[in-house]
Write a protein that binds this ligand. Structure first.
Ligand SMILES: O=C(O)C(=O)C[C@]1(C(=O)O)C=C[C@@H](O)C=C1
Length: 328
């Protein structure tokens, strides 16, 4: 699993970067990130880059709300003593945000599935753990509220999120389908789909051509990007649905299924837990995908805050500290 140190450090807002800047396994980045110009109390991060293009209209509205001085940090309003207008307009009518609802409620509602380690897990006693569970708790602490984890499923994630949650966390992949309905935070992990199988079969299932053959049983959890991948890419192999993602790897161990194609991070975690299972080329997966937090559509204020928090936590050691016990 690779970690995104910064999604895009150059280019104007809305401009697609040449590619994510990656660091190896949880490596710490240096302090050498370029400083972003602060504008009207908001860091207009160039690293927000192309993903923010989706919210450019909302950003434009925010810019208008906070004043034209935002456009030029050397322009009128940049210096509070210059008598410019930016400061005045920033005290104008406040833009209502999920941030305000969270503060009033005293609670951050976090949708999570609890079935995808190392990111989210709910044990038999109902206790939650995982990298993204701890990260969500850290976000709640930063907001000065309690975190309430709201159990959801991959099939009902989008609907549950829209109705019941402020954020969804737990290995959520960025997809364009979801991006039509919600915002995403910046990505914090780059991953992709790769096979996991019993080790004696690892050489047999390296390519999709090898896997997609009659007689091969690929077990699949419903509702997420795994199922989408399997249904789009496997036509001759048998797709074996298994509804419980916490017991799905037992299907492979027992021999009832031959393999599963899932995210590299999960194959590594499960292979460490079950030595008879092998992650097949988890660092050269079949696909490119990113993990991010799902956020309310249109709420640029909350999105900006979450991105600032995430950026700092990726660089102050918090993310590494939380992730290390899960990834070794
Ligand atoms: O849908 C997504 O966002 C996911 O990445 C979740 C998903 C999936 O693709 O089904 C990924 C791996 C886990 O095995 C469970 C769920």
């Amino acid at each position: 699993m690779r970690v995104v140190a910064a999604v895009a450090r150059s280019g104007a807002i809305g401009e697609r970067p040449t590619g994510p800047i990656l660091v190896d396994e949880w490596a710490r980045d240096s302090d050498s990130l370029p400083r972003e110009p602060q504008c009207c109390g908001i860091a207009w991060r160039a690293r927000m880059g192309w993903r923010t293009a989706a919210s450019s209209a909302a950003l434009a509205a925010l810019t208008a709300l906070f004043g034209a001085g935002c456009a030029d940090s050397n322009g009128p309003g940049a210096n509070p003593e210059s008598g410019g207008t930016a400061r005045e307009s920033s005290t104008g009518p406040a833009m209502r945000s999920t941030m305000d609802d969270i503060a009033e409620r005293g609670e951050l509602r976090v949708c999570s599935t609890g079935d995808y380690r190392p990111f989210t897990y709910r044990d038999a006693n109902g206790a939650w753990s995982g990298i993204d569970i701890d990260m969500a708790r850290d976000l709640a602490a930063e907001l000065g509220v309690r975190a309430t984890i709201v159990a959801t499923t991959w099939e009902s994630l989008s609907a549950d999120f829209a109705q019941r949650c402020d954020i969804a966390a737990g290995g959520v992949s960025v997809t364009l389908k979801r991006a039509k309905e919600a915002f995403f935070s910046d990505a914090y992990v780059v991953d992709g789909k790769t096979p996991i199988t019993r080790c004696e079969n690892a050489a047999r299932f390296r390519t999709l051509e090898q896997i997609d053959r009659p007689g091969v049983r690929a077990v699949v959890n419903p509702g997420g990007t795994n199922e989408k991948f399997a249904r789009e890419r496997l036509h001759r192999a048998e797709i074996v649905p298994h509804p419980d993602n916490n017991t799905i790897f037992d299907e492979i161990r027992s021999g009832r299924a031959d393999l599963m194609i899932t995210d590299g991070a999960e194959t590594k975690w499960q292979a460490r837990r079950h030595p008879e299972l092998c992650a097949v080329h988890p660092d050269q997966p079949f696909t490119f995908s990113e993990k991010a937090y799902l956020l309310p559509r249109g709420d640029v204020v909350f999105q900006q805050f979450v991105n600032e928090w995430l950026h700092l936590r990726k660089h102050d050691g918090t993310y590494d500290r939380i992730a290390r016990p899960w990834i070794g």
